[in-house]
Design a protein around this ligand. Structure first.
Ligand SMILES: Nc1ncnc2c1ncn2[C@@H]1O[C@H](COP(=O)(O)OP(=O)(O)OP(=O)(O)O)[C@@H](O)[C@H]1O
Length: 779
């Protein structure tokens, strides 16, 4: 039978004073009934490790709710083992996750040793609670020792303390060498490591979700022995769920749960005797049948039983001065004990029994935190131990996945190399079909000096090396070759091209139409490929310019006569032969750094969350901000390496123009990496599944690339799209980097500093969104 801890004498005197004694019709001779006011409830709550009142919790949307906890009350006395039993899916884990502050109730209240879970200074989540979740929730890449170090530091323990405790736990739980990696342990060993983590800091409240699954009977017994041992002194409390109902006989109290309610909350002996069963499974079956027969709501009769005197008090009597606190206001459907507001019943011998009286209202909010006064680190933002643990964890995970890390550094280099080799260079080996009626066959001789013979051949000699010239006998066959994809265009010279061209030059404005017509080089191009078409167009014109200037020069004329009368002076920025690579490179640098950071971070939190690691860290007292901070630091280190590699390869190896201050170029690139990282955090905070995160990250890649002016000037977009484009994180930064690289602009130019400003705004925006989502998701 569970024994309640008696109040200290002074408190008892205080209680007697506070209580208003009421006559229950017995004249007060046998039983005096007392209603405890809020002060009494507070005192009583201090005797309880956990108190749950009117808990209501549902998952899903309002239209499709999945009600999991329904008006549930639960009381766990200090220094006891509370076995929470129930069928799969009845809500045990949900209840526990609410108690440890991982989830919030829709309504109702929970108190744990330091106040309400999640309130400042409650220590829950935090060092006052040890939580073993149902899933293993350990870092597979860590050794047992590293796992203990991680959680020990989070709990604020010294390394020497952790080592001491580790040795004890290794022996006690029969664990293999401390240097074995968790992922290489058997399922049972992993569960034991998980259990060891919960025991690590010797917490006052231990919450164990099925700790004995997959554990052999001997060890199971030793675990229970240990739980009994630690609760003996009255300072430690254990709540444990198990599917092995019979092992729960060793608990002081058993809560039988079904469909989000407690069917009973009593000591195992009382349950067995009350229901006259040999084992707890039969009790559970009986109670479940009863609940099934009566529906979810208890009958009046049941409530009368449950709402009066504790069966434990009735069945086994009660020690003098040991009040048994029994509750009413159930939520416990069949039987209902130890709940909410107590009434003390003094029998004629002076012993005190508890009976239940429904509280008219839930306990006062004024006592939300019963030991806030003791809160020494309420205002600490973080602790050195936590940051140390989180940073070491992140770096260790990277180190243990060294193959992945190498890939992470090789990837940006590969992307830059591929970009510089594949983009922006002039196409070569382009075929042109030549039909030259001036010559016979393919031999095309010409004279270098001021001689006017076979000028068509002299012109063709000026066509650059990128073009393969293939001769065709007539225009039809040449055009057919283009139609069949054998050539990109046709060049046709008439049989008197040279004479007509000389006449055209000599006669000038007096040249007749036929002369002009015969002196023209006729071109048919395949313009289906814009880049190739434009390039051929340009090369044919440049070749003519070169040819004309060469001819004029050798004949002693001013070569300028061969130019169109537009003089392109030395450009103010850039060169006369602009390269597409220089245009695209700034955007590509930022895109590579931004999206690598997105890829790196977008799954980071999700992996930790799906493996239950995030939950475990949160319950250990780590905040979302600390987790984000640690990821920002570690990923920033990786990003610095990536940024250095990208810039070295772009600027030093592939000679991309850099006229600006390299310092600001580096700063902007790093900021964009940070921005990508923060976007990755948003994705991982929003998405539940890794595949959704990947889809979102990939899905955002193309719109960002297309709309950010990376591959095409935003001036070419419809006006409304330009505004959208300017609102994207990469657009202004790309303009800024381009201005620095190709124009050499300084930071005080608006085009430059706006890139920095917009990036910083995006970083802050993403961080705020992430923290908000993470906090919101805790519900
Ligand atoms: N995150 C969630 N979203 C939606 N429904 C959930 C979520 N977690 C649990 N549930 C549902 O809530 C109900 C109770 O689940 P819970 O895990 O609390 O049960 P349990 O008693 O711990 O089961 P078991 O003994 O199998 O672990 C189940 O129907 C489950 O499907």
């Amino acid at each position: 039978m569970m024994e309640s801890v008696p109040p200290p004498p002074s408190d008892k005197r205080r209680l007697k004073k506070m209580f208003s004694w009421t006559d229950d019709g017995t004249g007060g001779s046998d039983t005096n009934v007392t209603t405890i006011d809020d002060g009494g409830t507070m005192w009583n709550r201090q005797q309880q490790a956990v108190s749950v009142r009117y808990a209501f919790k549902q998952y899903g949307s309002k239209s499709k709710p999945n009600q999991v906890l329904s008006n549930l009350n639960m009381t766990v006395a200090k220094g006891t083992i509370y076995g929470l039993l129930g069928a799969s899916g009845c809500g045990k884990t949900t209840l526990l996750s609410c108690i440890v502050g991982r989830r919030r109730l829709n309504s109702g209240e929970i108190w744990v040793p330091g106040g309400k879970p999640g309130t400042k200074g409650s220590g829950v989540p935090g060092a006052r609670v040890g939580y073993m979740p149902q899933e293993i929730a350990l870092y597979g890449e860590f050794s047992i020792k590293e796992t203990m170090m991680y959680f020990g530091w989070i709990f604020g323990m010294q390394t020497s303390e952790i080592m001491e405790r580790l040795q004890f736990l290794l022996n006690f739980l029969d664990l293999p060498s401390q240097n074995r990696l968790v992922k290489n342990l058997s399922g049972g060993q992993q569960r034991r490591v998980s259990f060891a983590v919960a025991l690590m800091h010797d917490p006052e409240l231990l919450i164990l979700d099925e700790p004995t699954v997959g554990v052999d009977p001997l060890l199971r017994q030793s675990i229970w022995n240990h739980l009994v041992h630690i609760t003996k002194a009255g300072q430690k409390t254990v709540i444990i769920t198990t599917h092995y109902i019979e092992e729960a006989r060793q608990a002081h109290t058993i809560g039988l749960m079904r469909s989000g309610r407690l069917l009973a909350e009593e000591s195992p002996q009382v349950l067995l005797s009350m229901y006259q069963c040999q084992n707890l499974e039969d009790v559970f079956l009986k109670l479940s049948r009863k609940q099934g027969a009566n529906g979810a709501v208890a009958t009046t009769e049941q409530m009368n039983i449950s709402n009066n005197i504790s069966l434990s008090a009735l069945a086994f009597g009660n020690k003098k001065d040991n009040p048994v606190y029994v509750s009413q206001e159930s939520g416990v459907v069949g039987l209902n004990f130890h709940q909410s507001k107590e009434i003390l019943i003094s029998d004629s011998n002076g012993s005190t029994l508890g009976i239940n009286v429904s509280p008219s209202h839930p306990p006062s909010a004024a006592i939300d935190c019963d030991d806030c006064g003791r809160c020494s680190n309420c205002f600490n933002i973080t602790s050195r131990g936590k940051i140390r643990a989180l940073l070491q964890k992140n770096f260790l995970r990277m180190w243990r996945n060294v193959g992945v890390m190498l890939f992470i550094f090789a990837l940006p280099v590969m992307q830059v190399v591929l970009f510089c080799l594949a983009i922006g260079r002039d196409p070569t080996g382009l075929k042109l079909a030549i039909v030259n009626q001036e010559i016979v066959g393919e031999d095309c001789p010409f004279n270098e000096g001021c001689k006017f013979s076979n000028l068509s051949c002299r012109y063709l000699d000026h066509l650059n090396n990128n073009i393969d010239q293939k001769y065709y006998p007539d225009p039809e066959s040449a055009i057919n070759a283009v139609k069949q994809g054998d050539a990109w265009g046709v060049l046709y010279f008439t049989d008197n091209f040279t004479d007509a061209l000389v006449a055209r030059i000599t006669l000038g404005r007096d040249a007749d139409d036929e002369t002009l017509d015969q002196s023209e080089i006729r071109v048919w191009l395949d313009m289906s490929n814009q880049q190739i078409g434009i390039m051929l167009n340009r090369d044919l014109q440049l070749a003519y310019k070169d040819f004309a200037q060469d001819l004029l020069k050798t004949c002693g004329n001013n070569p300028k006569l061969g130019d169109v009368p537009i003089q392109f002076k030395e450009p103010i920025y850039g060169s006369n032969d602009p390269s597409f690579t220089d245009f695209v490179a700034p955007g590509v640098i930022l895109t590579i750094v931004f999206f690598l950071a997105v890829a790196l971070t977008s799954s980071a939190l999700i992996i930790e969350r799906t493996e239950g690691l995030l939950d475990r860290s949160w319950v250990a007292g780590v905040t979302p901000t600390e987790i984000l901070f640690s990821h920002v630091v570690t990923q920033f280190a990786v990003m610095c390496g990536q940024t250095a590699l990208v810039l070295i390869f772009m600027i030093l190896v592939f000679d991309v123009t850099c006229n600006g201050d390299i310092f600001w170029v580096i700063v902007l690139t790093l900021l964009q990496g940070l921005c990508g990282m923060c976007f990755g955090f948003v994705i991982s905070a929003i998405c539940e599944l890794e595949r959704n995160a990947i889809q979102l990250a990939l899905g955002s890649f193309y719109p960002t690339l297309l709309l950010s002016g990376v591959i095409w000037p935003i001036e070419g977009m419809p006006e409304f799209l330009r505004y959208i484009s300017l609102g994207l994180p990469l657009t202004m930064a790309t303009t800024s980097l381009r201005s620095m690289l190709s124009r050499g602009w300084e930071i005080y130019e608006s085009d430059v500093y706006l890139g920095f400003v917009s990036t910083i705004f995006w970083i802050l925006g993403f961080l705020i969104i992430t923290l908000t989502v993470l906090k919101f998701k805790r519900g």
